[in-house]
Write a protein that binds this ligand. Structure first.
Ligand code: C2E
Ligand code: MG
Ligand code: MG
Ligand code: MG
Length: 293
């Protein structure tokens, strides 16, 4: 924050910073009430096979509709929820709601029986003593099969803490999947692979962005899928927006993808419509997509 407050990175205390602190304080107090007031909801973004576009899972993505502030993206409030610890009760609600929804879909649609549910979890939540037990309780309470739940964690500092690694092992022991989210963006990536009991890597969207046009971007995409293969992890490419990117990533060896090309994050009813669609690519605006095999 100090870096962008003046030329030459001089850390002056500016009115801008005061405004930001006030804004954080206001959001914190709104956030505190929002959890009890049911102001959050979840959208679900399909995860599909490459190149077919078969729906195999969804990622739950939280949204906040504040009566005071209107709709907000996770980028606007998750960092504040993490700083204040409010992510703990919020995250508990998110996990329970995502599992409840998955079980409801399973009961309603045969094609939802094997649908995986991915839920984002902050490092802060993993640091809570008893997190793995809380997850087990949510699974039992909702009837969600552990094998269909994947917890997505980002490569944050806490992932190498001993208690957090113990928590990750306790989750894996229950049969829950673990994915390293935004993979490739942090410096710790390689070491983490050896200490964290993960079973999937999600290539960060920033490497997918220009994968077909910038040679160095495809180097990272290639390295990640090769690492995944040699460690027997699955690899998911995030943020696929064009048929060219999908084809290119499939060529590199990615068998799973996610992105606006297939579907945006959807309201539950819109996601349920996807159970009646053969393949998601057929619903995309471009119909004559051909993939290199
Ligand atoms: P993420 O977990 O990496 O989620 C993927 C983000 O990329 C989502 O943004 C999604 O809408 C966006 N996205 C997906 N496909 C495309 C694409 O083709 N193009 C572009 N431009 N974007 C795409 P969203 O929903 O705004 O979430 C942002 C981040 O906030 C998430 O990144 C995750 O780190 C965090 N987040 C979201 N929901 C939760 C939650 O329930 N709990 C926690 N702890 N964090 C969450
Ligand atoms: Mg994620
Ligand atoms: Mg991600
Ligand atoms: Mg992200």
């Amino acid at each position: 924050a100090a870096k962008d407050s003046g030329k030459g990175g001089y850390a002056a205390y500016t009115p801008n910073m005061t405004a930001r602190i006030l804004e954080t304080a206001r959001l914190t107090s709104l956030l505190r009430d929002a959890i009890g007031a049911n102001e959050f909801h979840l959208l679900y973004q399909p995860i599909v096979t490459l190149p077919e576009g078969d729906l195999v899972g969804v990622e739950a993505l939280v949204r906040w509709h504040s009566p005071v502030r209107g709709p907000m993206s996770p980028g606007d409030f998750i960092p504040i929820a993490e700083q204040t610890g409010l992510i703990v009760p919020l995250g508990r609600w998110i996990l329970r709601e995502a599992c409840r929804q998955a079980v409801e879909w399973r009961a309603q649609h045969p094609r939802a029986r094997a649908l995986r549910m991915n839920v984002n979890v902050s490092g802060r939540q993993l640091q809570e003593a008893g997190f793995a037990d809380d997850v087990a309780a949510v699974l039992a309470e909702t009837g969600m099969p552990a094998e269909l739940l994947t917890i997505e964690v980002t490569e944050s500092g806490v992932l190498s803490d001993a208690p957090t690694i113990a928590t990750l092992h306790a989750l894996r022991a229950q049969g829950i999947g673990l994915a390293l989210d935004d993979f490739g963006t942090a410096a710790s990536s390689l070491g983490l692979l050896l200490t964290c009991p993960v079973d999937a890597l999600k290539l960060d969207r920033s490497f997918v962005d220009r994968v077909t046009t910038v040679a160095r971007q495809s180097t990272v995409a290639t390295a990640v899928v090769q690492m995944a293969r040699s460690l027997e992890l699955s690899a998911v490419a995030e943020g696929i927006e064009t048929p060219e990117q999908a084809a290119f990533l499939h060529d590199l060896g990615y068998r799973l993808g996610q992105g606006f090309l297939f579907a945006r994050p959807l309201e539950p009813s819109a996601l349920a419509d996807m159970f009646f669609v053969e393949r998601l690519l057929a619903t995309a605006p471009i119909r004559n997509v051909t993939f290199a095999e």
